[in-house]
Ligand binder design. Structure first.
Ligand code: ADP
Length: 222
């Protein structure tokens, strides 16, 4: 994906004058907790649009400036700088709307991997109306490291292959992402026990999502 910087500034100008357009639920959880698995399941439900920031970055053209920047940060396990992340994200969402993949009028947006810290949450404020935070929790971090080792082999992700990078990403999550949860009121946050079979995790997530979808959107056409 190539990003037109002039276009981005006009997107920002327009959006800032309007109410936040994208009604969203945010999935938060450490690397390996199963956000990707749940995201794929949720993505198959009519009226839900799942957006993973990790997938968004991995779709960037390797040869583009942003693609190279992403690889540089991701290989180290670092986050891409916040302002660049949000700009790429805005352009990406806009493209999805233009392509008809995501309709903000009828689809609930599931944000997976973004916002990832307080600064990103604030940068997204003009665009995103957060309806709920789904906080996926798994106490045993070795379970998550084991899952990531499996994913490294299956998906050939460079950032999953190096054990030190994986542990660093986990530390970064604890330092920057978890504190973001406290930024929201308690009623906004639903804790999801991620230490069970995928269907059990999905069951908890849906028990929160269904009333939100029903309350905010007319029923999707099947
Ligand atoms: P994980 O949650 O397992 O770390 P992701 O697929 O969500 O994996 O992210 C992979 C990499 O993409 C991150 O290590 C980071 O470099 C980049 N990335 C993803 N989301 C963001 C974000 N919101 N802000 C900055 N960088 C991000």
């Amino acid at each position: 994906m190539s990003v037109d910087k002039d276009h981005l500034s006009s997107v920002e100008t327009i959006s800032e004058e309007l109410e936040p357009l994208y009604r969203s639920v945010v999935l938060v959880g450490p690397p390996g907790v199963g956000k990707g698995t749940q995201g794929k399941l949720l993505a198959s439900i009519p009226g839900i649009y799942h957006l993973s920031s990790g997938d968004m970055f991995r779709e960037l053209d390797d040869e583009s400036d942003f693609g190279q920047l992403f690889h540089e940060y991701a290989t180290r396990g670092d986050l891409v700088p916040d302002d660049i992340t949000v700009k790429i994200w805005l352009q990406y969402v806009k493209n999805k709307v233009e392509q008809g993949a995501y309709d903000p009028e009828s689809d609930l947006l599931i944000l997976d991997g973004i916002p990832r810290n307080i600064a990103q949450a604030e940068l997204l404020l003009p665009y995103v109306k957060i309806l709920k935070i789904l906080f996926m929790v798994c106490e045993d971090r070795e379970v998550m490291f084991e899952r990531i080792r499996g994913r490294a082999l299956k998906e050939k992700r460079r950032d999953d292959a190096d054990e030190l990078v994986v542990r660093y990403r986990w530390d970064l999550y604890k330092r920057d992402t978890e504190p973001m949860i406290d930024h929201f009121t308690q009623e906004m946050v639903r804790i999801i026990d991620a230490d069970m079979i995928p269907a059990g995790v999905l069951h908890q997530i849906l028990s929160t999502l269904v009333p939100i979808q029903r309350g905010c959107f007319s029923p999707p056409h099947l």
